[in-house]
Design a protein around this ligand. Structure first.
Ligand SMILES: [Zn+2]
Length: 82
């Protein structure tokens, strides 16, 4: 008997459904090029459509600059205590 078929996983053998704990979400930092204000725009992973919409409507909460004046990336911490 030649049975190549992989048996379907049983409920007991099936791995747990992948869940993403909040602690494993990574913040996406953005920074305003006009006033230097930096903040977390969203937490990844996020639905692509939702993220795209959010980023398109992004504006600086400090000076109101539009998305075209906002860059991605966490600002360097210059206030490190020595
Ligand atoms: Zn700004």
């Amino acid at each position: 008997m030649t049975d190549h078929l992989t048996p379907a996983a049983t409920a007991e053998n099936a791995p747990p459904a992948p869940t993403i704990p909040a602690s494993e979400k990574s913040p996406l930092w953005v920074q305003c090029l006009d006033c230097g204000h930096a903040w977390v725009a969203l937490y990844a992973p996020m639905e692509l459509g939702k993220a795209a919409s959010l980023l398109r409507n992004l504006h600086c909460q400090n000076c109101g600059a539009s998305a075209s004046r906002i860059s991605f990336g966490q600002p360097a911490q210059s206030d490190a205590s020595a």
